[in-house]
Design a protein around this ligand. Structure first.
Ligand code: CP
Length: 334
């Protein structure tokens, strides 16, 4: 697929797709707002495409002309290290024109609204918007304000679909199938967009998902999403293949929802003792890690923590998402 690109050509994404022999099909969606509405087949298509792009990233020249002529704006209203840099790298590796926007230092600080900001940026002829915003639903709102393709890079506590996709790609590197895989998601589920997207994605692919955390950080009725719930870490880790620890999001919590960070670590933090007790367990974390809270510092640096593999997979995953969405002019919204 992407290996066939001639750097001297300037094909549009649909031209590349028409020329390639691989049996890829289109996504049914025009935007990526969340995984709740994406099918298992669409998720597999993204993961398969990401694996193709990973081969590009392993080559001496890590660039293809696939999105030449496409302009992408990265609209970040919240801080980010991994998501923002990997989207920008993905865009550059695909030869797209990239513009970065941060709310701080922009006219948002003068009171300009999200709608006006987006419409003014679109007036400069952009094709795709990658947006992170503190308000759940902000990316959905943007689909009604602008014609550009919208990619959700995290909206409040709602969804963070590309994080879940890169998490699934990383899990798939270690396990051939998701069917019957036991995944524990541990920590602040209530405030976690990462948890929500992973729950939607992993359950669709056939994994057994267990949520674990203090009752104050687990939404009432979350079992309806097809997950098991426990408040005991050992119960979550027993028979578990992958433990996904979540960051304690102090900035999204109002009143303290647990007595102290130390007590949280004592009850829900993964330590070297857990790695010894469960010798096949792999540990993931979306970052940024609060060392000594969700994970003991030694666990973060342990070879069975595949946190940096997640970050590496972020670039190929975001290349796949941008590639698959870039050439689609019709289809279902969101
Ligand atoms: N995982 C994640 O979203 O990290 P950033 O906030 O640094 O982008």
């Amino acid at each position: 697929m992407v290996e066939q690109g001639d750097p001297g050509d300037t094909p549009m994404p649909h031209d590349v797709r028409a020329a390639e022999p691989a049996p890829l099909t289109r996504l049914h969606h025009r935007h990526l707002l969340g995984l709740q509405t994406y099918s298992a087949e669409e998720i597999h298509l993204i993961l398969d495409t990401a694996r193709e792009f990973r081969r590009v990233l392993d080559r001496p020249i890590r660039r293809v002309p696939t999105l030449r002529g496409i302009t992408v704006v990265n609209l970040f209203f919240e801080p980010s290290t991994r998501t923002r840099i990997s989207f920008e790298l993905a865009e550059k590796r695909l030869s797209a024109d990239t513009v970065n926007f941060s709310a701080s230092g922009s006219s948002v600080s003068k009171g300009e609204t999200l709608k006006d900001t987006a419409q003014n940026i679109e007036a400069m002829k952009i094709d795709m918007v990658v947006v992170r915003h503190k308000s759940p639903g902000a990316p959905h709102f943007l689909t009604r304000c602008v014609d550009a393709v919208i990619v959700n890079a995290g909206d409040g506590a709602h969804e963070h679909p590309t994080q879940a996709l890169l998490d699934m790609l990383t899990i798939n590197d270690h396990f051939a199938s998701f069917e019957g895989l036991n995944i524990a998601i541990i920590g602040d589920i209530t405030h976690s967009r990462v948890a929500r997207s992973n729950i939607h994605g992993l359950t669709k692919l056939g994994a057994n998902v267990t949520l674990c955390g203090p009752p104050t950080l687990l939404p009432v009725g979350i079992e309806k999403l097809g997950v098991r719930v426990t408040h005991r870490l050992d119960e979550a880790l027993e028979g578990c293949d992958v433990a996904m620890a979540l960051r304690i999001q102090l900035e999204r919590q109002g009143d303290s929802l647990f007595p102290s960070l130390r007590e949280y670590h004592d009850r829900f933090g993964i330590t070297l003792d857990h790695l010894a007790q469960y010798p096949d367990l792999l540990v993931m974390h979306p970052g940024p890690v609060n060392r000594g809270v969700e994970l003991a510092s030694d666990v973060v640096d342990h070879e069975r923590a595949i946190i940096l593999n997640q970050v590496t997979n972020g670039v190929a995953t975001r290349m796949a998402v941008l590639y698959l969405l870039a050439g689609i002019a019709d289809g279902d919204a969101g």
